[in-house]
Write a protein that binds this ligand. Sequence first.
Ligand code: 5GP
Ligand code: MG
Length: 174
Amino acid sequence: MKPLITEKNIRRRIRRLAIEIVNEMGRGEETAVIALLDGSFMFLADLIRELYQLDFPLTVNFIGVSSYQGNTRSSGRLSWYRRPPLSAAERRVLLVDDILDTGLTLNGVQQHLLRQNPTVLKTCVLLKKSKTRSFDNRVDFTGFTIPDVFVAGYGLDMNGRYRELPYIAAMTES
Ligand code: 5GP
Ligand code: MG
């Protein structure tokens, strides 16, 4: 499996990303980090440990969601398999996801959280595919912009496999 992004580059980038987050969000009040399962678990684990090194106060919660295009043309209906355990109301929220592809899922989750009136909602993704999107996602922090290919590793799977890879690989069809 050929790395598209090496373990070393991931580590280095996440360290910078944590600095960017602290610089923009400040250390003051506790931030509710909300991670989208399943693919973001490894990224989250590394990111929060870097944030810890920077004395950034946080709590961690997980949500499980998949999106499907309903009969409406609206921003995508969410199907929860793990609902948000807390309300985002009056909270500083940092939403963490593995990869921004079409943007449908993230868009739905962002809308959902915004309706609860968080004091701040910032979004962080490890990977962003370079393509044009029909969903206008506001992503505040991006780890890497990658070509529009299917990737696995570092938490991301292909049919349930490869999540354990410490690097990110581009999957070629065969
Ligand atoms: P979107 O709603 O942005 O189209 O897709 C969101 C979800 O699809 C991501 O959170 C991720 O779980 C999955 N996904 C999109 N592209 C890839 C990819 O290249 N590799 C893997 N493993 N999952 C992907
Ligand atoms: Mg995902």
